[in-house]
Design a protein around this ligand. Structure first.
Ligand code: NPQ
Ligand code: MG
Length: 378
């Protein structure tokens, strides 16, 4: 394909309720979207197409090093020019190689690859799901529950999500909000609900005794207890607790996943396409984990309907053996920019149309846009 147009756009969407994690409280979701116009070569000849990419970097570098303004800068100044330089030889498959000389910035790279892949697949009439190798037309839906002001409030929120049909609950934890929160949820809702926790790197190995207390509650996993670059410490912790350790922030590539697996740092991996540089690298991690008997599930970054569509397609691959953080749109948003994803019988449908299978509603998109910029493509 050849890129004929590129537009960056920042959208700001109010969250239905504040979302608190160990790294802070978010009241709004800020997303960087990229639209690419392209002429795509197909068996039927050249076809004009459009592709959408969503960058999951947050407004501030608190989950990982990337942040929205940095992603804008690196995309316009370093990443897009590398794709333009490829001329008409550009394919989605080639994007990660073309962008490899730029160190880091996986979320910005992932958004560009997603847009190129979407444009390509729309032109060829193939869905993300089919292209990635999905084997299901719906995926089980889990929900991530933020840190609350009180235990009664937590129980009310969790009860609400269970009533909506979510098949797995993930509690955000941090020192001071861990064992008691888990104990209360178990006491109220029983031992049968699939339950896990996510620390977003808030602990150290010195907290091993406290984390070991979680072993009593039959959790599916403890997600990212310690900082991103503490693979070795995670391997040590894995020997001190019986609950499976799951890595999120630490798994920044298939190479990092291979290191973590060989070190015994995790028995489960949360795959987030943005964090690992794209859907194609995400699939490689799926394949690698599957070959090693490591369970994977699809994480979430409060994506709009665009990213949610692609995540649902990925989560439909056969190795995704645990429910992911793919919730309904209304978990986070009163109004999504695409046709909203809904939860039905505990599942979210995998779009089947060409490319992402969803497009932004133009009026809604404009109404949430706070900034946009057409990038030069000649
Ligand atoms: C995680 N996500 O698994 C993340 C972290 C996270 C669904 O728990 C705005 C944008 C707020 C992205 C808060 C879930 C966010 C965000 C938390 C991502 O670690
Ligand atoms: Mg996480």
């Amino acid at each position: 394909m050849r890129i004929t147009g590129a537009q960056l756009r920042i959208v700001e969407m109010p969250l239905r309720s504040p979302f608190t994690t160990s790294f802070g409280t978010e009241d709004d979701k800020i997303a960087l979207l990229i639209r690419i116009d392209a002429v795509v070569d197909t068996p039927a000849g050249p076809v004009e197409s459009t592709g959408w990419g969503e960058c999951v970097a947050m407004d501030a570098p608190v989950y990982s090093a990337e942040y929205v303004a940095g992603a804008v800068e690196v995309t316009r100044r370093f990443l897009l020019p590398k794709l333009l330089a490829a001329g008409s030889s550009l394919t989605a498959q080639r994007v990660s190689g073309l962008l490899e000389p730029v160190v880091g910035h996986p979320m910005a790279k992932a958004a560009l690859e997603m847009a190129v892949l979407d444009a390509e697949l729309r032109a060829r009439g193939i869905s993300f799901a089919e292209h990635l190798g999905a084997e299901h037309d719906r995926v089980p839906s889990g929900v991530s529950v933020g840190i609350q002001d009180s235990i009664p409030q937590l129980l009310e929120v969790v009860g609400d999500y269970l009533d909506q049909g979510y098949v797995r609950i993930k509690l955000k934890i941090r020192p001071g909000w861990d064992v008691d929160a888990v104990a209360a949820v178990r006491e109220r809702f029983g031992d049968d609900i699939p339950l896990q926790v996510d620390a977003n790197a808030a602990y150290t190995l010195a907290d091993a005794a406290q984390l070991r207390r979680l072993d009593a509650f039959g959790l599916l996993l403890i997600e990212q207890p310690m900082p991103e670059d503490d693979l070795r410490q995670h391997a040590q912790l894995a020997r001190l607790v019986s609950t499976p350790i799951c890595l999120d922030e630490s798994v920044v590539s298939a190479r990092a996943a291979a290191d973590a697996i060989s070190m015994g740092a995790c028995r489960v991996i949360n795959i987030k396409p943005g964090r690992v540089g794209g859907y194609l690298e995400a699939r490689r991690i799926h394949d690698l984990a599957r070959a090693h008997g490591i369970a994977v599930w699809c994480g979430g970054m409060l994506e709009t309907g665009l990213g949610r569509a692609a995540n649902a397609a990925l989560a439909a691959l056969p190795g995704f053996s645990l429910p992911g953080d793919i919730s309904a749109s209304d978990r986070f948003y009163a109004q999504d920019i695409t046709t909203p994803f809904v939860i039905e019988d505990g599942h979210v449908a995998v779009p089947s149309g060409p490319g992402l299978g969803v497009t932004p509603n133009p009026e809604i998109l404009e109404s949430v846009t706070t900034w946009k910029d057409d990038l030069p493509v000649t």
